[in-house]
Design a protein around this ligand. Structure first.
Ligand code: MG
Length: 233
């Protein structure tokens, strides 16, 4: 039994050897490929459209304190905001951008920001977080995929985020290489509760959705596992 990438099922019949040799995967004679007069172009279009949507989540916290990137400023989602406290961090402490990076790494199942840019490595001391976000975006591009949308929520009592939202969305969109409509930045307080409520630091949550080409090898392996487990006929 072979897995047909077009029909999404196992077939006892396998594709012509020439086709397998060229494409390195197998297509059964019952597939839409065969039903469309063995039209190669149609088959390639079908395969090109086979993408999957993946979702990633990221979370980060930075505390207010003296060991800061720049006194009198907090950098949030790429925008410097004057504030009477500053965030501590090894880099520029852009908590929103860090959460967004982790969301992208999560969607790609490719580690986290600490794995890619270890805080123990002195070369990242005082680094601009846009370096991290550009790297995360480049990993999406490397798969041949694209970012569908992202959504960042900053949790703090102060500074007020609303007036800076358009600049933050524009900064993130530029770094990600997408239109601003794909980037949301939201803010909330925690009603005076917890460390954000006591204004000891700022927390950020981020969610991203990405679309990446489907891995036919992975799909076939998953199908084989289901078949072996008796979950697929
Ligand atoms: Mg961080």
């Amino acid at each position: 039994m072979k897995w047909c990438v077009l029909c999404k099922r196992f077939s006892a019949e396998i594709a012509a050897p020439t086709l397998r040799a060229v494409l390195a995967f197998e297509i059964c004679p019952n597939s839409c490929y065969a039903k469309n007069s063995n039209d190669f172009r149609f088959m390639f279009q079908e395969l090109a459209m086979q993408t999957e949507t993946r979702v990633g989540f990221g979370y980060d916290v930075h505390r207010f304190g003296p060991n800061t990137y720049e006194q009198g400023l907090v950098r949030l989602c790429g925008v410097d905001i004057p504030h009477d406290q500053a965030l501590e961090g090894h880099s520029d402490a852009d908590v929103g951008m860090h959460a967004l990076c982790d969301a992208i790494y999560g969607a790609l199942a490719d580690g986290d920001i600490g794995a890619h840019f270890p805080p123990s490595d002195p070369q990242w001391k005082g680094a601009e977080s846009q370096v991290f976000l550009r790297h995360a975006a480049s990993l999406i591009a490397k798969t041949g995929g694209r970012l569908v949308n992202c959504d960042v929520t900053l949790v703090c009592e102060r500074p007020k985020i609303g007036p800076h939202r358009p600049a933050m969305r524009a900064a993130l969109a530029e770094l990600l290489g997408v239109v601003v409509a794909r980037v949301a930045v939201k803010a909330t307080t925690s009603e005076g509760l917890g460390f954000t409520g006591r204004q000891e630091g700022i927390a950020a949550h981020a969610v991203v959705s990405i679309e990446v080409p489907k891995s036919n090898d992975e799909e076939a392996a998953e199908a084989e596992a289901l078949l072996a487990g008796g979950l697929l006929e």
